[in-house]
Design a protein around this ligand. Structure first.
Ligand code: ASP
Ligand code: MG
Length: 422
């Protein structure tokens, strides 16, 4: 039995009409049986929907933002379709529904649920438009609502997947359809067992691809990006980046943990568990080989991997009574971090203090400082960056350890980490 293949296209790959035409070409040249195509919202649509929600929450006028979003989607349609195409009324209709949903009252305590319902329109709009366009070009495919595939709990905005129900629904909904046509569906969104719309967290479409691939025991997943593959560093920050041809699952998972944004951190595990290869390829140069992430435990890279994570805060907890730092102090700090669900990116202890580097989540940081000030003298610096250099060599060591503005550094056998003022 042929296994399915899963493709994922992010927002940048469908940001305008010419990008969508390009997507069509990429698919057409690779048409094969049993394709699932997962698509994000177009361009920065999710950000725009978040902005609309923020305005609504602050009881400001969000209507003109809605109008701009609607106009942008319709303008893309005008470039792709003849005037009388039914897609125009489909899009108009979705915007009417969105506006109607926005008219409903928004309370502080149901904000996350409301958020999921509103931002999901981005993915529904893009997949409706692209599905219609592909069919119009005689690339016949089936539109599938991802909320019928991905079953989650009700932790809105970062929903947890119910893997067994999801596998059941994916098989039930997709196997038959895939025997006939490729299926187009949305990334990022799912639904709880009782039918409430949920989302998997920002940039979650990569994870959607992995969930569906895992559920169908697919042959492979390909994430189509605007870079030639996985590079050893962000080309926007560093010159002379190198593309990796192959990366072991474990290495890739670590890269995402340290903040490499090329793939969503949750994507690797469901694929690695079933040894499903993950390809990262360029939609700009689709003939390029890209990177394969797979089971390559022997793979050694000749160049170090550099990951920079912004918006970091360095918090130092200092004992006030001349005791030395002990396990119980660390326990105290970590218990509070767990309560706030704030992950530590780097930790260092000294005789009288504990320092941690965490993501800048203002509201949580305030609570952390307040709570801990009872037991410690707490200081913090914000607006920092955390750089991780994996598999470093002498020249990387010289280059990075000497840099200015370092507030905390750590060197292990394989990794250098630095927290510094950006
Ligand atoms: N559209 C969502 C976002 O921008 C999900 C994704 O693109 O992966 O976060
Ligand atoms: Mg995206």
């Amino acid at each position: 039995m042929t296994k399915a293949i899963v493709y994922k296209f992010g927002g940048a790959s469908v940001k305008d009409a010419s990008a969508i035409k390009n997507l069509h070409r990429v698919l057409l040249n690779r048409l094969q049986s049993k394709m699932v195509v997962i698509i994000s919202a177009m361009g920065k649509t999710t950000n725009s929907l978040e902005e609309i929600l923020r305005l609504k929450y602050d009881q400001k006028d969000y209507y003109s933002n809605c109008a701009i979003l609607r106009k942008n989607h319709l303008a893309i349609c005008s470039e792709l379709f003849e005037e009388q195409n039914p897609i125009f009324s489909i899009v108009e209709n979705l915007f009417l529904q969105l506006e109607r949903d926005l008219e409903q009252a928004l309370h502080k305590d149901n904000y996350d649920q409301y958020y999921d319902r509103i931002v999901s329109y981005g993915e529904v709009l893009s997949t409706k438009i692209i599905h219609a366009y592909l069919c119009e070009q005689n690339f016949f495919c089936i539109w599938q609502d991802a909320r019928e595939l991905i079953v989650t709990d009700e932790s809105f905005r970062s929903a947890k997947v119910n893997w067994s129900l999801t596998a059941k629904e994916c098989k039930r909904q997709l196997e038959e359809k895939l025997r006939k046509f490729p299926v187009i569906t949305q990334g990022f969104i799912g639904a709880s067992a009782s039918g409430k719309c949920t989302t998997l967290g920002r940039e979650g479409s990569d994870f959607s691809a992995a969930i569906i691939a895992h559920s169908l025991r697919a042959k492979s997943v390909t994430i189509w990006k605007d870079v030639p593959g996985v590079l050893n560093a962000d080309p926007k920050r560093f010159a002379d980046t190198v593309k990796f041809d192959r990366i072991d699952y474990r290495e890739a998972a670590e890269m995402t943990y340290y903040g490499a944004s090329v793939i969503h951190p949750k994507t690797i595990k469901p694929l690695a568990n079933l040894k499903i290869p993950l390809h990262v390829r360029s939609f700009i140069e689709p003939e390029g080989k890209g990177t394969i992430i797979g089971d390559f435990p022997e793979e050694r890279h000749a160049v170090p991997t550099i990951v920079v994570k912004g918006q970091q805060v360095l918090v130092t907890f200092e004992v006030t009574d001349f005791t030395f730092i002990s396990e119980s102090h660390i326990h105290q700090v970590y218990a509070e971090l767990e309560r706030l669900r704030l992950g530590v990116n780097m930790l260092q202890t000294s005789a009288i203090s504990i320092s941690i580097c965490v993501n800048e989540e203002l509201f949580k940081l305030e609570q952390l400082v307040d709570e801990m000030s009872v037991h410690f003298k707490v200081r913090y610096n914000d607006g920092l960056q955390l750089m991780t250099v994996k598999n470093y060599n002498e020249s990387a060591k010289n280059q990075f350890l000497g840099r200015e503005g370092i507030l905390m550094e750590q060197t292990t056998r394989s990794t250098i980490q630095l927290v510094y003022k950006a």
